[in-house]
Design a protein around this ligand. Structure first.
Ligand code: TXA
Ligand code: MG
Length: 356
């Protein structure tokens, strides 16, 4: 692909829409360019959602399959009328009140006229209002709905810093607004509100439990926990977050899990492999033979784990680790999203020590 000049603007996390860098980035988006910017979840790669030629550039830069639709980002609920025709349901209104701006993407029936490329030909559109001053300022200054998938090459872990974006997309996109590292670290929750019962298609920053409190009954798309032929969120079927090394999740009773990991480390080292361990703080001293140990989060707080997961996967790649073991976490709260991403990163390779 023809290399382009990728401009970087470094801004304070708390800029507003009058900042010259924000004004310039917004102007370029209006002119049909593709620009990466931070949100509270991960960096997004933005383009004007109403202009097919601009949206095309996102797919080209990411190497993204064209049957995988994009999330449209907005700065105000007024902009919803550009994307959907119908009256909001009571439940959707409650979601918006409770969780926007924030890490929740809502699927609505779409309006005619949005670029077909954004919705990948579906009759629905995914929308979210991000909770990050940089993202919101750009959206306000551009005054356009902005389609923005995560700003990584397709298949790679989502970027949580501007450096990650550069690693993947330097020379392929028009610009990067560097607003420091993102907060939550994994993507937004995607919820489909077009059926009778709200369905989570992708777990993320807003938990199942939080959604149940507001909506009552909520179902989970089975593809979230099991490998499936046909998940309802097109993006769920692709290889994701895959580190270069072979990765396994070890689950089951804690002591047996650790013993199993120690044995596997020894075996892989004998085979000449460089072994990486991704574990919680409490367990980091249990694996002295491993070549690289990344400890993230702890039993009683999984949020730092979400924040550091993608960075950890990228670090193993940079270190040239060729065999990665990680421990499963409890799938309540944010744990559901963490396990979903770990399963994808591991290509669903799981060792269950309780069923050996
Ligand atoms: O946190 C996030 O959501 C980040 C930031 C940048 O906002 N964005 C993000 O976008 O993760 P992306 O493109 O990497 O993931 C969008 C997911 C994909 O799994 C896609 O298939 C799904 O949302 N999606 C988009 N439109 C959809 C639709 N109409 N129906 C079902 N799933 C949809
Ligand atoms: Mg993505």
């Amino acid at each position: 692909m023809h290399k382009i000049d990728t401009k970087t603007w470094t801004v304070d996390k708390n800029v507003d829409e009058l900042h010259p860098a924000i004004v310039e980035a917004a102007e370029r988006l209006k002119q049909g360019e593709v620009i990466a910017f931070p949100t509270e979840t991960v960096y997004g790669l933005g383009a004007n959602a109403l202009e097919t030629a601009a949206v095309k550039k996102i797919f080209a830069a990411k190497g993204r399959p064209s049957d995988n639709p994009l999330i449209v980002h907005i700065a105000s609920t007024q902009q919803l009328s550009l994307l959907i025709d119908e009256e909001l349901s009571e439940k959707s209104k409650r979601l918006i009140e409770e969780f926007w701006p924030g890490p929740l993407t809502i699927i609505f029936k779409r309006k005619e006229g949005i670029s077909e490329l954004v919705t990948a030909g579906l009759v629905t559109v995914a929308v979210r209002m991000p909770d990050h001053p940089v993202a919101l300022s750009i959206l306000k200054a551009a005054n356009l709905p902005i389609a923005a998938p995560s700003a990584n090459r397709s298949g790679k872990p989502s970027p949580t810093t501007a450096d990650h974006v550069k690693q993947d997309l330097d020379g392929l996109i028009d610009g990067i607004v560097d607003g420091g590292s993102t907060g939550i670290g994994i993507e937004s929750t995607v919820i489909d509100m077009t059926g009778i019962i709200p369905t989570i298609l992708r777990p993320g920053g807003i938990t199942l439990e939080q959604l149940q409190q507001v909506l009552g009954q909520v179902t989970l798309d089975p593809a979230i926990q099991h490998q499936q032929e046909k998940p309802r969120s097109p993006g769920m079927k692709y290889t994701h977050y895959a580190p270069l090394g072979e990765m396994w999740i070890v689950q089951g009773e804690e002591h047996r899990r650790i013993e199993q990991m120690k044995q596997l480390i020894e075996k892989q080292i004998k085979l000449g492999k460089k072994v990486g361990i991704l574990t919680i703080e409490e367990h980091k001293d249990y694996f002295p033979l491993a070549d690289s140990i990344i400890a993230y989060g702890s039993k009683d707080n999984l949020y730092p784990m979400a924040e550091q997961l993608y960075q950890a996967l990228r670090t193993f790649d940079i270190q040239g680790v060729d065999f990665i073991l990680t421990e499963s976490v409890d799938e309540s709260g944010i744990g559901l999203a963490i396990m979903n991403r770990l399963r994808k990163a591991a290509g669903h390779k799981i060792i269950d020590v309780d069923n050996l």
